[in-house]
Design a protein around this ligand. Structure first.
Ligand SMILES: NC(=O)c1ccc[n+]([C@@H]2O[C@H](COP(=O)([O-])OP(=O)(O)OC[C@H]3O[C@@H](n4cnc5c(N)ncnc54)[C@H](OP(=O)(O)O)[C@@H]3O)[C@@H](O)[C@H]2O)c1
Length: 369
């Protein structure tokens, strides 16, 4: 259906015109092999299983108690029946879903390429593996339909929002690559609905990878943490208490203002604050925009020139990446700002009632320490 976003109309897919029953029909008789049981893997595999799709999981084996293999077994996947090595799953699957980490794509693709034969579909949740095929080596044979559904959220949210009924929006793209375009399009939309998308909006593999890499390095994660730290430590350096600095930087944002933005937009949030806050925010908004725009332009260029992709493959593809990342996350965890955050969260009335239990709920991977 056509929906106007501002002045621009886009063709989107909702569950109304593509209901689950239609998705089940399109995927009937097909085995969907989810390769990788990290964050997206479990979210999408469990949602599809609950939606009546024939799903199997491919995951490298490990004896460790907190490994992805162990988590897959805990989630009810049965070794030899629905849980296999990456190679076996790729061989059995009609739709092979590459949900291993982007950095491991070159290594994993070498193992599974021979099983992704004409007539099958190769699926991604990110344009990375396919667009950067000079780096990843993913060049599927002619006759393999290329499918992408990229949920705009963590795999944890893909599952949680499915369980709550909210769904999560996803972008989608496909390339027939020698297959019938209509078939590839139908499979793409069917998978998009089966993994629990709220609505699906069209993109290209190239646009998805570019916007996604910019977004997560930018406002969604990198810029968010960077700007918060800049304000928190400015307040601290000027003698404000940790509690005051944290409440003015993070707590008020996550517990109040961003929820208003979520409900009705930024303009509405502005119009529901004090005139003093509104006046100052309207004055400083363009100043922050001007100050950060050059950084966003630099970031965009770094993505477009493949610099970011090269770094991801070089750094996340190596054996000790998890340990090195854990050390960096530990440094963030131990920082004054996030230690203050932990203390502030523990004082929220509902957290106290729960005995300060983690609010993680379903899933969520533990930081490796
Ligand atoms: N996470 C998100 O929020 C999100 C959102 C949208 C799209 N995506 C996309 O979804 C895909 C999967 O992302 P993810 O975040 O779920 O990935 P991830 O957690 O970083 O990776 C998980 C999987 O990759 C496997 N893996 C890593 N290195 C491997 C190697 N050398 N050989 C074999 N397997 C290896 C892991 O197995 P082990 O546990 O055994 O290492 C695990 O099964 C990516 O393309 C990502 O860009 C992710």
């Amino acid at each position: 259906m056509k929906i106007k976003f501002g002045k621009t109309a886009e063709n989107i897919v909702t569950r109304k015109e593509f209901p689950l029953a239609k998705a089940q029909k399109v995927l009937k008789g097909k085995t969907v092999a989810v390769l990788g049981y990290g964050i997206q893997g479990p979210g999408q595999a469990l949602n599809m299983r609950d939606n009546g799709i024939n799903v199997i999981v491919g995951q490298r084996k490990s004896g460790k108690a907190n490994s992805s293999w162990a988590r897959a077994k805990k989630d009810g996947w049965v070794e030899g029946k629905t849980l296999f090595s990456l190679e076996e799953a790729a061989q059995k699957g009609d739709i092979v879903m590459m949900l291993v980490s982007d950095g491991s794509c070159p290594e994993v693709w070498k193992k599974v390429e021979k099983f992704v034969t004409p007539g099958k579909y190769l699926y991604f949740s990110h344009g990375f593996g396919y667009v950067y095929n000079k780096l990843t080596g993913i060049k599927p044979q002619k006759g393999v339909g290329l499918v992408m559904v990229a949920p705009k959220g963590s795999g944890t949210s893909v599952r949680r929002n499915f369980l709550s009924g909210a769904g999560i929006n996803s972008s989608y793209a496909f390339e027939p690559n020698g297959m019938k375009a209509k078939d590839v399009e139908e499979v793409t939309k069917a998978i998009g609905i089966a993994v629990g998308s709220g609505y699906l909006f069209p993109t290209t593999f190239e646009n998805e990878v570019t916007s996604d890499l910019v977004g997560e390095r930018g406002i969604l994660m990198g810029a968010l943490a960077g700007v918060m730290e800049a304000q928190f430590y400015t307040l601290r350096a000027n003698g404000h208490s940790p509690s005051e600095a944290f409440n003015e930087t993070c707590e008020e944002l996550t517990q109040s203002l961003i929820r208003l933005v979520d409900e009705n937009g930024m303009d509405w949030m502005y119009s529901n604050c004090s005139q003093t806050a509104q006046h100052g925010a309207l004055k400083w908004r363009p100043i922050f925009r001007k100050a950060t725009e050059p950084v966003f332009k630099r970031l965009y260029k770094s993505v477009k020139t493949m610099q970011e992709a090269k770094e991801v493959i070089k750094d996340t593809g190596c054996a000790d990446y998890k340990e090195r990342m854990a050390a960096k996350l530990q440094e963030m965890h131990d920082s004054e700002m996030w230690q203050t955050g932990a203390a502030v969260r523990s004082l929220r009335p509902h957290e106290e009632a729960k005995g300060n239990a983690s609010s993680a709920g379903w899933g969520g991977r533990k930081i490796v320490k």
